[in-house]
Design a protein around this ligand. Structure first.
Ligand code: ADP
Length: 244
């Protein structure tokens, strides 16, 4: 896929991965907050070759009205891949996978967002994946969390996400698309770095209890790296380039 060689070695003798990274090295991550003028909050992320835009609206009136909850606000999320986000045109209609990812992102954000402060309202999170390259749910969650903060929605903590996985019998940080497809396991993790709580944990693949533990620990290290980049994006947005 993507013009890369499908026969490539996933992990060479020197512990170098198919894209040149070390086993504990994430892909290059760039986040920019406040990129859309018509949304209440927004963020754009490049996570390796993933390119994802997120816009947030709210808190605002709930339509349809019967969805409103008189004791708390509600969070709604839509994760969507545009037709040109993958090498073969993707049908723009929501797939089962996109519906699942929308649900897990919503559930991963809910513990962080103080919805109880806004009864009868909704906060809407719209995620558009412009280019996907493995790990897009984590990258989308990272952008969504920054966009919520940019919208000024009160939050208990950021949600920082990164996957770990198993490739060539080795636990690695931040699985890319080739590793996801040819590797042995993929574990996306969402984590609140200050509260030290996991809000998203999925596992596709098989691993031993020891590898499972190592994978969670590795993924959380990745989340902490992402957290610093999220904070930097918000600092740049509100304090310009001179922040420390
Ligand atoms: P995640 O992006 O969170 O890792 P998956 O493991 O389901 O989610 O998908 C892995 C990768 O597979 C995606 O990031 C994307 O690059 C690719 N992919 C997903 N859906 C499609 C599709 N319909 N056509 C081609 N590639 C796809």
């Amino acid at each position: 896929m993507g013009g890369r060689d499908s026969t490539m070695v996933l992990l060479d003798k020197n512990g170098i991965r198919c894209d040149g990274r070390k086993i504990d090295e994430p892909r290059k991550i760039m986040i920019k907050a406040g990129v859309l003028k018509n949304a209440n909050g927004s963020a754009y992320i490049e996570f390796g070759d993933n390119k994802i835009m997120c816009g947030v609206y709210g808190p605002r009136d709930v339509h349809p009205k019967h969805m409103a909850n008189s004791s708390t606000g509600i969070l709604r999320c839509r994760y969507h891949m545009v037709p040109y986000s993958v090498s073969e045109r993707k049908n723009p209609a929501p797939s089962r996978r996109e519906i699942e990812i929308s649900k897990v992102i919503k559930e991963a954000l809910e513990p962080a967002v103080m919805l109880e402060r806004f009864p009868r309202t909704a906060v809407d999170v719209f995620i558009e994946v412009l280019q996907a390259d493995g790990g897009s749910r984590c990258a989308a969650l990272d952008a969504a969390s920054v966009a919520l903060a940019d919208a000024g929605i009160p939050m208990r903590d950021m949600v920082s996400a990164c996957a770990a996985g198993k490739v060539a019998d080795t636990v690695v940080l931040d699985v890319n698309n080739e590793e996801d497809q040819a590797g042995q396991a993929d574990m996306p993790i969402g984590y609140m770095p200050n509260l030290e709580k996991v809000t998203l944990l999925q596992l596709d693949g098989i691993m031993s209890p020891k590898e499972y533990k190592e994978c969670i620990e590795t993924g959380i290290k990745g989340c902490k790296i992402v957290y610093e980049i999220q904070k930097k994006a918000l600092n740049e947005r509100y304090f310009g380039d001179d922040h420390k």
